[in-house]
Structure formats: structure tokens, C-alpha cells
Design a protein around this ligand. Structure first.
Ligand code: GLV
Length: 309
């Protein structure tokens, strides 16, 4: 059984070994070694070259090696009638929470100012509010959003989550739906975006929504760049409405050389590094799912493209 495999950062040996261990004979095909495309039944991909997967007539499932799937749906010729299975990985969830906690603390404790003070040899300490007086708002309450909420709550922060549909997380105020979005924004001293990218969430952070946040608030984006209207965020940063932003994801990646985010003093750029998929655990999850298919089962979780996850 042939599998199209495309993940630039991955070692094929590790995957071969994982299939072998599961007792599956897998013929891994790469973009430059497709062989007879009629043999290809599964695809395991991160940002595969556009146009390829649409030419596999017998493709049964596409496995994303990331939690997000816009790297697949961005291909105008992607065979979207084929179910897409996204990665669900506890390690990725933990890594994402660590990234978020890092930036929440960085902003809450004013660490972002101390770098400059050090350069100026200035000994100046800022007092910061109690954690319980800092309102952290999380947009998106999937597995990662819920985990981040719980951990920030455990650190004593005043946490509110927001999702499309009602959710319950002990100790965390959960809002939902368009009607309660304004309430979330009004109480977002630090706003974290974890929403999947859909037509509804594209540019969800824009001049109008940023204006509803408290003055001097912070934005942490670790979902998809296109959730933010970049010109509007830059204007809000310039005016001081938004004090600083930690951006891990961008509309165009790698971030183009002439992008103003690079040089903005209050923007912290990381290269889509918040929660890189771990090859070993991704292989365990996906090989397990393919085994399920071979045994006549259905893999999970299958993405609902309207919801984006
Ligand atoms: C990363 O962006 C992912 O989708 O896992």
C-alpha cells in the first residue's frame, strides 16, 4: 500500500520504522518519486507542493502532521472530498501552553521592557498587578485552548475563554458566540488567539475589534496569521492602544524581509515555533490511525472544513 509522504523536516527512516513496528508494509512516496499515483491510498503531509494530491485517484485519507489544516486547504487543487485527519497530540498541546505562558508572563511582568533597560544600564523595576488582577482571554477552546486556560488558571490568572459553542472549564469563565465576543474583548488585558482560520475568523482582530480591548492590552497570536488585519494591528501598536504583540504566525511565511513587523519595537516575532509537531509522537498517532483504517475502522479526528477543525 502506497503513502504519499511530504514533511520537509522529517526523517523518512523514523516513519518507515514506525510502520514496520506496527506491522504495516508501507511504500512511502515523495513528491519526486510518486510512481504510479493510482497506488496511493493515504497522504501524510505538511505543506505539500500544490496540485499533487488532486492527481491521486484512489486517495482515502489525508493526514495532517499539524493540528491546523490550512496548509492543505490553501492548495486550490486540493481534493477536498477526501477526508482530512488532523494531528491530535498531547505534546503539541503542552508545547503550545508553554509558549502562551511564556508570553503572558513576559507581558504581565514587564520583561519586554527590561531588555532595553539592560542595554541602557538602567536599574528600574516595575510593579505588576497580582496575577488574579490580570485578565487573560483565550479565543478558541479546542484541546490547546482548554489546556492553556487550565494552566493559566492554575497560575492564578483571571481567565476567560471564548468559543463558537458553549464550553465548560472549571474555574474559567467561558463565553461563546458572536453575542459574547464584545464581552471577551472588553476584558482582555492579554488576548491569546488560538482560533482555526475560517472565513468567519479571517481578520477577526481588526481596527474595530482591537478598539474594544482595554487600553495598553497585549496580543498573542499562535494560530494563523490571517486572523489579524496586519495594518490595523500595526496602527493599534503605533497608537499605544495595543502595548505589544507576540506573533508566531503570519499571513505569509516565512515573514517577508520587508514586513514592518520585523522592525516594530513592540512586536515579538517567532518563526511559527510555538508548538512544532513532534515527529515521534506524530508518527505514533498517524501510524495508529492508518492501522485503524487497514483494520476496517475510521480514523479520527476528521476535520469539518466549515468549522476549520
Ligand atoms: C501548526 O501550525 C499546526 O497546525 O500544528
Amino acid at each position: 500500500m502506497a503513502i504519499f509522504f511530504h514533511w520537509d523536516e522529517a526523517s523518512t527512516e523514523l516513519w518507515q520504522a514506525a510502520f514496520k513496528e506496527a506491522g504495516i508494509e508501507a511504500d512511502l512516496r515523495s513528491a519526486d518519486n510518486l510512481g504510479n499515483v493510482e497506488d496511493i491510498e493515504y497522504a501524510i503531509v505538511w505543506a505539500a507542493p500544490h496540485g499533487l494530491m488532486g492527481t491521486f485517484p484512489n486517495l482515502k485519507y489525508i493526514f495532517s502532521v499539524g493540528a491546523g489544516v490550512t496548509h492543505i486547504t490553501a492548495d486550490p487543487d486540493a481534493p477536498l472530498h477526501v477526508p482530512i485527519v488532523r494531528l491530535q497530540d498531547d505534546m503539541l498541546v503542552l508545547d503550545m501552553s508553554c509558549h502562551i505562558i511564556h508570553w503572558v508572563l513576559h507581558f504581565h511582568r514587564y520583561y519586554y521592557r527590561y531588555r532595553q533597560y539592560e542595554a541602557d544600564k538602567t536599574w528600574l523595576r516595575h510593579r505588576y498587578p497580582d496575577n488574579s488582577d490580570k485578565r487573560v482571554a483565550i479565543m478558541g477552546l479546542g484541546q490547546t485552548g482548554q489546556d492553556a486556560c487550565r494552566r493559566l488558571h492554575d497560575l492564578g490568572f483571571d481567565v476567560t475563554g471564548w468559543a463558537r459553542s458553549p464550553k465548560e472549564i472549571p474555574g474559567v469563565r467561558c463565553l461563546h458566540g458572536e453575542d459574547q465576543f464584545a464581552e471577551l474583548l472588553a476584558g482582555a488585558d492579554i488576548l491569546v488567539n488560538l482560533l482555526p482560520l475560517t472565513p468567519q475568523t479571517e481578520n477577526i482582530l481588526n481596527a474595530q475589534t482591537l478598539a474594544q480591548m482595554p487600553d495598553g492590552a497585549f496580543v498573542i497570536n499562535c494560530s494563523r496569521g490571517a486572523s489579524i488585519n496586519d495594518a490595523d494591528l500595526l496602527a493599534a501598536l503605533d497608537s499605544g492602544k495595543i502595548e505589544a504583540a507576540a506573533l508566531d504566525v503570519f499571513r505569509t511565511e516565512p515573514l517577508p524581509q520587508d514586513d514592518p513587523y520585523w522592525e516594530h519595537p513592540n512586536v515579538f516575532v517567532t518563526p511559527h515555533a510555538a508548538a512544532p509537531s513532534n515527529e515521534r509522537s506524530a508518527a505514533g498517532f498517524i501510524v495508529g490511525n492508518i492501522k485503524k483504517c487497514l483494520d476496517g475502522g475510521v480514523p479520527a479526528p476528521i476535520v469539518d472544513l466549515d468549522r476549520g477543525y
